[in-house]
Design a protein around this ligand. Structure first.
Ligand code: GTP
Ligand code: MG
Length: 197
C-alpha cells in the first residue's frame, strides 16, 4: 500500500471544510514539534509531502493525504507549546478535538511521543480526549535516533507503564526515527491493515 502514490487532498481550518467520511482515516496527533509531519513523509517516502519545520506550530490546518484511494492519512496541528499566538493555538486544538469526536471514518490515532521526553501531562489530556471520542490509539515514539539505547529502554518502560490503565491503547509503543527510517516499515505494516479493500 505505502509503495503506491500518496497525494495531498486538502487542508481544512474549520469543521465545515471536512471531506466526506468515505475512506478509513488514521490521524497523527501529538505535541507541537514531535515529528507528526515528518512521520507522514517518512511513511509515504515523500520528503516534502507534509510541511515540516524546526518551529513548533508549523502545521496549522488539518491536512488530508490520500493513499491509493484506500486510506487517508491525517496530519493535524500539534498541542502544547507553539511559536504562535495563544488564541490561534487554542483554536487549532479545539478544531482537532472536534474532528476527533465527530469522525466516524477515523479508525486509529497514532499518538506521537518524543522518545527523549516520554509521556507529558498534556499527552494525558490527549489520551482522555481520544478515550472520550472512542478512538483507539497507539503510541509512536519519535526521534529515536536522538536517544541512547539505555535511555530508550527506560523511556519505553515508562511509556508502557503510563498506558497500562488507559482505555483504547492498542499494542506496544512503536519506536521510530523519521530521519533514520527506524520502525517505519513496521508502522507501515500495522497501518496498512486499516486500509479499505
Ligand atoms: P507541528 O506541525 O509544528 O506540530 O510539528 P510536527 O509534529 O509536525 O513536527 P515536524 O515533523 O515539523 O518536525 C519537527 C522537527 O523535528 C523538525 O525539525 C524535524 O526535522 C525534526 N524531526 C522530526 N522527526 C525526526 C526524527 O526522527 N529524528 C530527528 N533527529 N529529528 C526529527
Ligand atoms: Mg506538523
Amino acid at each position: 500500500l505505502f509503495a503506491q502514490a500518496c497525494t495531498f487532498m486538502l487542508g481544512v481550518v474549520n469543521l465545515r471544510g471536512l471531506p466526506p467520511m468515505d475512506q478509513p482515516e488514521i490521524v497523527f496527533a501529538g505535541r507541537s514539534n514531535v515529528g507528526k509531519s515528518s512521520l507522514v513523509n517518512a511513511l509515504t517516502g515523500r520528503n516534502t509531502l507534509a510541511r515540516t519545520s524546526n518551529t513548533p506550530g508549523r502545521t496549522q490546518e488539518i491536512n488530508f493525504f490520500d493513499l491509493a484511494g484506500r486510506l487517508r492519512l491525517v496530519d493535524v496541528p500539534g498541542y502544547g507549546f507553539a511559536q504562535a499566538p495563544k488564541a490561534k493555538v487554542e483554536a487549532w486544538t479545539d478544531l482537532v478535538f472536534a474532528y476527533l469526536r465527530g469522525r466516524a471514518s477515523l479508525r486509529l490515532a497514532c499518538l506521537l511521543i518524543d522518545a527523549r521526553h516520554g509521556l507529558k501531562t498534556v499527552d494525558d489530556g490527549a489520551m482522555e480526549q481520544l478515550g472520550r471520542a472512542a478512538v483507539p490509539f497507539m503510541v509512536v515514539l519519535t526521534k529515536a535516533d536522538l536517544v541512547r539505547p539505555l535511555e530508550l529502554e527506560r523511556i519505553v518502560g515508562a511509556v508502557r507503564g503510563g498506558l497500562r490503565n488507559r482505555i483504547g491503547a492498542l499494542a506496544e509503543p512503536v519506536l521510530t526515527s523519521s530521519r533514520k527510517g527506524q520502525g517505519i516499515a513496521e508502522l507501515r505494516a500495522i497501518l496498512a491493515t486499516y486500509a479499505a479493500a
